[in-house]
Design a protein around this ligand. Structure first.
Ligand code: 13P
Length: 254
């Protein structure tokens, strides 16, 4: 997949119906008839809707993403979905390590790193989600946690060949309606960029770092203007076409 320099990605989480998906994509396409090369757009519906949404996106330039995948290639893993299956359903990206998967499905750093490798091995671009909890932030552990989450992934990455997207999603800002402040976002994104540079400067320059957590129409312009913020990973606002389109335009700077 051609890597845009910025991305606006909708994570639909466990929302949607056949009818609602149809309407949402039709409305997004009506609001943004043509994408700008500088800012990619993607939507990540639940697994059962991937094929439907792939059809709805045809000719739009909007990329399709999945919300997770198995670290394994195939086999007796009831309930899991393999990367090759996602590719066959036209997915180009996959969210990995989302804080809801870390929290509710107890995914740890080692498993997440293996999932990133599995995604890359079948040609999916992993959107690697990192973030701290409120307790971790309050005990000044944010940088330690983020460095640990990134380091685990770096172990299995070939930065000369692999193409990734990073998403900073502070757990305490997800679904709360209260995003991180611009100062916090600037500080954390600067830190994440420095971690990427320490690993591989060329990789750091070509890896978008997205912000996620109560990013919506009302704060998108302010967040889009922050250094080292290369797009957004949007939850609830991605379920409303008008709001999602407004966030996209904010990252385009229009
Ligand atoms: P909200 O935008 O609903 O806070 O969700 C963010 C998120 O978790 C995107 O992955």
């Amino acid at each position: 997949m051609e890597q845009a320099t910025k991305w606006v990605i909708g994570n639909w989480k466990m929302h949607g119906t056949l009818a609602a998906n149809y309407e949402l994509i039709a409305n997004i396409r009506a609001l943004i008839p043509t994408l700008d090369d500088r800012v990619g757009m993607a939507v990540c519906p639940p697994f059962p809707y991937l094929v439907q949404v792939a059809g709805l996106l045809e000719g739009s330039g909007i990329a399709l993403g999945a919300q997770n995948l198995s670290a394994n290639v195939r086999g007796a893993y009831t309930g899991d979905v393999a990367g090759a299956m996602l590719r066959e359903c036209s997915a180009q990206l996959v969210l990995i390590g989302h804080s809801e998967c870390r929290a509710y499905q107890h995914e740890d750093d080692e498993l997440i790193a293996r999932k990133v490798r599995a995604a890359l091995d079948v040609g999916l671009v992993p959107v690697i989600c990192v973030g701290e909890t409120r307790a971790e932030r309050e005990s000044q552990q944010t940088q330690t946690i983020l460095a640990r989450q990134l380091d685990a992934v770096f172990q299995l990455l070939d930065t000369a060949a692999d193409s990734c997207i990073i998403a900073y999603e502070p757990r305490w800002a997800i679904g709360t309606g209260v995003s991180a402040t611009p100062e916090t976002i600037a500080e954390v994104h600067g830190f994440l960029r420095s971690c990427l540079i320490a690993k591989d400067a060329k990789f750091a320059a070509s890896t978008p770092i997205l912000y996620g957590g109560s990013l919506a129409a009302g704060n998108a312009r302010e967040i889009a203007a922050i250094d080292n913020v290369d797009g957004g990973l949007i939850g609830s606002a991605a379920l409303r076409a008008e709001e999602f389109a407004t966030v996209y335009r904010a990252f385009l700077g229009v």
